[in-house]
Design a protein around this ligand. Sequence first.
Ligand code: ADP
Ligand code: MG
Length: 553
Amino acid sequence: QSDTETRSFQAEAAQILDLMAHSLYSNKEIFLRELISNASDAIDRLRFERYADPGPADGESDDAPRIRISFDKDAGTVTIADNGIGMSRQEVIDNIGTIARSGTADFLRSLTGDQRRDAELIGQFGVGFYSAFVVADRVVLTTRRAGLPASEGVRWSSDGKGEYALEAVERAEHGTTIVLELRESEDELLSEYRLRSIVQRYSDHITQPIVLSDDDTAVNQASALWTRPRSELSEQDYHSYYRNLTHDYSDPLAHVHTKVEGRYEYTLLLYIPSRAPHDLWLPQTRGGLRLHVRRVFILEDTGQLLPDYLRFVRGVVDSADLPLNVSREILQSSHAVDHIRSSAVKRVLKLLGGLAADEPGKYADFWKEFGGVLKQGVADDPAHREDLVELLRFTSTRSGTQDADVSLADYVDRMKDGQDKIYYLLAPGQSSAAASPHLEAYRAKDIEVLLLSEAVDGFVVSGPLQEYRGKRLRSVTQGPPDFGTLEDEAEKEAADRADSDYAALLGLLKAHLAGKAYDVRVTSRLTTSPACIVADGVETDFTTAQRLRGSGL
Ligand code: ADP
Ligand code: MG
């Protein structure tokens, strides 16, 4: 089929393309970062496919991986070419043609109107390819899937205005070439110096060599940063590597870089981002850790190398023990992976513990973004529960702010003499928690109460977190008030007497509320409100943390 076929982008496409063309020019250089990052992914994918399934080769000499950038002053074009995996016709349609990919709608929803920020969001939402239209008024992509015959090349072209054309072409090498026909106003990009500086600024840490024009020396560092000794690396190096890795535009909050030698040999470079990604609570989070085997990129992992409750951690694992053709199935049953995973968890928790102790301000920022996810770990990971519990933060009747800044250690350290329980109130929101009549008696006795208002809180306190340093956790809304040894004899007697004094009234109320209330009691828990409702059994029906995540709570 050699005829040209014209197809329309799907609905949201027009919006995205229009946005690229007209609104994101203040940060236009990112187009190159996005196209280089795709080229790099394509090369990694080819290598992985070859390791995983050597199969019949497509008869080509397998050139060393490279990404080539060139420009043509007369034609006004910039070209990005890779010898990666390429795409079949159907893959072009699915990946480049539709734009109805999952990230698209989220991207549009997340736009802030601030050009700088919005441009930075592109890479995170899987709409990077379209940033080509920030600088180009026509884009021609020619590609051929590795493993398919030369006759199965495909040419895709579009002016970004709603339609694109597809045509079958002959293409000798596998891989992808993208020609950007620049808008007239973008002539300044037609300069070796200019292109080189963009590459160095945004793509220095891409692991394949990026070569410019006819010069075959790489313009990027092309070194695997994590293999270099810590002493040679500056904070700046770590930050710029992070930005390359994640397309995040804020610096990470913290990182840990360590090389482990012993029974297993591996390097970990783990980052805590400073902001939560848009998809943190969606069933499928992008990102996670990138697994390498002796520097060769193997796969992007979102589950095996770290538990779900640390899914916000980004970074690199490089193992010397795994086979290069490792698959997800092998990962699941590998002792080396078990070892790496548990050491990664320990290091992340230690990093967080260090932040909490030494940089409480930073830790508070962390907690705001990721606290809800980390809480899940208290339930999911009994092996590390003790460390996790120390990392929890709550709001309380004592802290005086809406911020969750009270740890269980803080609470226990300032418990009243004779107090033997940790009291908490579970409520659907901050304000209803703070206003709850159940707190009155505790306020009157000057007893601190933790205010839990996140969905996951109910789950945590209903099971996995029953006591801390020997003090039981106790809900203030469940059962009769219980001040333990803080209750004096006089109060107890008064409560008993009240029950008999008001027996007639209680009987009337019980009859009136039959079927609606299980019991009606005189209470000493209120000081200003006339009545309150008390829960009887377990107060939450959340059964698994996974459900919380799936429901987007
Ligand atoms: P993302 O890279 O986040 O998936 P992009 O919009 O940047 O989103 O790219 C969309 C998809 O197009 C990629 O996932 C990939 O499947 C395909 N693609 C883009 N560029 C290339 C390339 N140079 N080689 C092979 N496939 C590519
Ligand atoms: Mg991309």
